[in-house]
Design a protein around this ligand. Structure first.
Ligand code: SAM
Length: 334
């Protein structure tokens, strides 16, 4: 039987080294995206249950000593958490190779400069349609023009390369694949097409609603030939392609049809302080109690190691006995 190593980097029983930590700073969001949150009736966590900035910083420091080099700030919507630039400044001092944030862009224009000065390297902005009315339907609230303005503000502040995340749903926005490819070419932003995953709060996900990454590749490359930029062994979730004429780049995140679990290097910290080794697993390792009960850094390291060690070989979405995670992704972090 394998024993968990008590020193060195964060490795699981399948040899996957974990160097990417996603921290959800809040479960709240100012939008109600159809593929993620219910329109009404969401109960948010009481503030006292959220990790404080001190607690998040401490856990990030310990993770850094264990070889975590990439940090992603997410939510809920991270920019609805008050004072976020001050947290970014503290995380930046720790010294990560990649310090990024994923946002819906609604509040980004106002704080892009402050985030960049605090040490944020780049942002991923979610935007599922380039048509104002459809954008509003999918996100249920929010305004496309505000989000597009925010992408420009982020670029001016130097938060680049700027990635635009598009969740594709059949008969919802799959007629915009070429529009988004054209947008990537015109703006230099990296558009990433994401397969719709069974993480919607209403539990209505159906395989027929997703648009396979392969299909996106075929539809785009029929118009603008594509060349691969990544190797199958790369840990990044997106398969990257550049346009063969040298203008622009897209990414495909094919979590369901071409799972990349074999190279997964990611670990998540929920807004209420639980470590999760996969968004599709219910396995949680609570760090909040350790942080609030005088736990040592060694205690935190052990929990990080245990969370990684417990990871399954794959997310299991395609298995007949797959069960959706009990806690909504808005708590566990997108
Ligand atoms: N509020 C931020 C935002 O909108 O980007 C951060 C959280 S959001 C959950 C993070 C990412 O998860 C987004 O790019 C979103 O598109 C993606 N996401 C959420 N639910 C999804 C689902 N059911 N399938 C695929 N991607 C999903």
């Amino acid at each position: 039987m394998q024993t968990m190593p008590l020193y060195g980097r964060l490795v699981d029983r399948y040899g996957r080294v974990h160097n990417d930590l996603r921290i959800s700073v809040t479960d709240r969001c100012n939008l109600r995206c159809m593929y993620w949150m219910p329109e009404q009736g969401l109960a948010f966590l009481p503030t006292k249950e959220l990790l404080t900035f001190d607690e998040i910083t401490r856990l990030a420091q310990v993770a850094r000593t264990l070889g975590v080099t990439a940090l992603r700030i997410t939510g809920g919507e991270p920019l609805v958490r008050k004072g976020l630039p001050s947290l970014i400044a503290r995380l930046s001092e720790i010294g990560f190779d990649d310090l990024a944030m994923i946002t819906n862009g609604t509040e980004l224009a106002k704080v892009a400069e402050r985030l960049a000065s605090a040490g944020l390297h780049r942002v991923n902005v979610s935007c599922d349609s380039l048509r104002p009315e459809r954008f509003a339907t999918i996100r249920r609230r929010g305004n496309l023009a505000v989000v597009l303005d925010a992408t420009r503000a982020a670029e001016e502040a130097g938060l680049t390369p700027l990635k635009v995340n598009v969740v594709l749903q059949r008969n919802q926005n799959d007629d915009e694949i070429l529009d988004f490819a054209s947008f990537a070419r015109a703006t230099g932003r990296i558009v990433r097409f994401i397969e719709y995953m069974p993480l919607d709060a209403e539990g209505t996900w159906d395989r027929d609603q997703l648009v396979p990454g392969r299909e996106v590749f075929e539809r785009v490359s029929a118009v603008w030939p594509l060349e691969p930029l990544t190797e199958p062994t790369d840990a990044a979730p997106a398969e990257r392609f550049r346009f063969a004429d040298g203008i622009g780049e897209i990414g495909l995140i094919s979590t369901v049809t071409e799972p990349f679990c074999g190279t997964c290097n990611r670990l998540r910290l929920t807004a209420d302080g639980a470590l999760r080794n996969c968004p599709f697993s219910d396995d949680e390792h609570t760090v909040r109690d350790v942080l609030r009960n005088d736990g040592t850094d060694a205690d935190l390291s052990l929990l990080l190691r245990e969370a990684v060690w417990a990871k399954f070989p794959g997310h299991g979405i395609n298995e007949p006995d797959f069960l959706r995670p009990a806690r909504s992704m808005s708590i566990t972090g997108g």
